[in-house]
Design a protein around this ligand. Structure first.
Ligand code: GDP
Ligand code: IMO
Ligand code: MG
Length: 423
């Protein structure tokens, strides 16, 4: 019985999709446990490029059952689109299980998300993906949300849908929100519902039984630690628990079932959307990372903000996640640099701290303290073992392990599934 959780330890887009694909080789089931189609998880296989938003990245290895668990918020229309995209590329999606307990992202959730973002001024903007994630989790918390299992009973589902859709129009249209065409929206959701009903299952039982039967279960996190609703840079966060603790509530697996935590860490930092980002680079160095790393959102296409690795932040998130092993990605993006910086402390006024501030107000005021390391100025993209890495690359990785108090388990030196090695 073994369950691995994989999470991002920064601001998302660390390369979780790629590492999930690699780890799926030894897994018997892959499960998404939180977030929704705000995620964009990329996997490259021999020149083929896949971006998964809701379906576990494990789907790309035939024969491994994939589950969308109760902690996920699911846009039925988008899920069907993703299934069709995969089918058109000869990927079998017939075995996907969708939790009866997951909450559904409904058309009004997307309108509310867009309305709030577009009408927010200045620092009130979050920079969401406008996929309806926050409003869907709000409906879950205020207990008006619609769960996946309700789709089975068409009469009940339609009534709940229409009641909530009309409530949206009554409440939001007078404030300036877009009017929802209830009939058109229902037609679209109904078509998706017909496809999804056969996939509905009590995934809490599925996952726990698999674990009890000795199947190695891999839990795929979305977003990253600093987007966690409790542990992130609130309010500039997403609306779910992205850290490893969320894997239990999001699947129904008890804490004792988790045997291993993987933290995916990009060799530098990126962030999409608003909110403080201490090591952000606004100069040509930041532009270099964006260009070399192809740092444009896999979901929204937005350019990602780029900066040096923040070891203060990563140490904190490795602690919160209880990371057993780091998977360090995108080392190759640094190949051409003469010097590489790591943030090892923050200055706040005349104080120097090595812990992560609890409040974004403080985080926005910190000045990063950097340690400079020599680069390796040679390509690492074809390297497949630790000993063949340039010595300066080994030193950089060892320093990350030391500063984050974590062990390195995997190094990734390119986007392809094969550009990866165990340490
Ligand atoms: P995720 O959301 O954590 O799954 O990450 P994304 O897919 O949003 O972003 C990671 C990007 O980096 C994708 O375009 C990947 O193909 C790419 N990538 C992953 N690992 C590596 C790596 O080691 N080197 C390079 N150059 N690209 C990588
Ligand atoms: P993956 O899984 C990076 C960010 C958004 C925004 C904030 C809130 O690919 O790493 P939301 O739409 O969730 O309400 O937006 O969270 N965000 C992500 N940033 N990677 C992601 O997912 C993200 N999912 C949400 O940009 O700042
Ligand atoms: Mg992503």
């Amino acid at each position: 019985m073994s369950v691995s959780v994989l999470v991002g330890v920064q601001w998302g887009d660390e390369g979780k999709g790629k590492i999930i694909d690699v780890l799926t080789k030894d897994a018997g089931m892959v499960v998404r446990f939180q977030g929704g189609n705000n995620a964009g998880h990329t996997v490259e296989i021999n020149g083929q490029h896949f971006v998964l938003h809701l379906i576990p990245s494990g789907i790309l290895r035939a024969g491994v059952p994939c589950v969308i668990a109760n902690g996920v918020v699911v846009d039925p229309v988008e899920l069907v689109k993703e299934m069709n995209m995969l089918k058109s590329r000869d990927i079998d999606v017939s075995g996907i299980q969708l939790s009866t307990r997951c909450h559904l992202i409904m058309p009004w959730h997307k309108l509310i998300d867009a309305f709030k973002e577009d009408s927010a001024k200045g620092d009130k903007k979050i920079g969401t993906t406008k996929r309806g994630i926050g409003p869907a989790y709000s409906s879950k918390a205020d207990r008006t949300g619609i769960r996946g299992g309700e789709m089975r009973d068409l009469v009940r589902f339609e009534k709940h849908f229409r009641d909530n859709a009309e409530a949206y129009n009554r409440e939001y249209v007078p404030m300036g929100g877009a009017k929802l065409d209830v009939e058109a929206a229902w037609k679209e959701v109904l078509a998706a519902r017909d496809v999804l009903v056969p996939h509905l299952a009590d995934t809490v039982v599925t996952i726990n039984e698999a674990n009890a039967n000795g199947v190695h279960v891999l839990l795929e996190g979305a977003q990253g630690a600093f987007l966690d609703i409790d542990h992130g840079t609130f309010p500039y966060v997403t609306s779910s628990n992205t850290t490893s603790g969320g894997a239990c509530t999001g699947t129904g697996l008890p804490p004792r079932a988790i045997t291993e935590v993987w933290g995916v860490l990009k060799a530098y930092s990126t962030r999409v959307g608003e909110g403080p980002f201490p090591t952000e680079l606004f100069d040509e160095q930041g532009e270099f990372l964006r260009e070399q790393g192809g740092e444009f959102g896999a979901t929204t296409g937005r350019p990602r903000r780029c900066g040096w690795l923040d070891a203060v932040a990563c140490r904190h998130s490795c602690m919160v996640n209880g990371v057993d092993f780091l998977a360090i990605t995108k080392l190759d993006v640094l190949d051409k640099l003469k010097e590489i910086k790591i943030c090892t402390a923050y200055k706040i006024g005349d104080k120097t701290v090595t812990t992560f501030p609890e409040d974004v107000y403080d985080l926005a005021r910190v000045e990063p303290v950097y340690e400079t390391m020599p680069g390796w100025e040679t390509s690492t993209t074809g390297i497949l073992d630790w000993n063949s890495l340039p010595v300066n690359a080994q030193k950089y990785l060892k320093r990350i392990a030391e500063l984050t108090k974590s062990k390195i388990g995997i190094v990734s030196v390119g986007p392809d599934r094969n550009q990866t090695f165990r340490v």
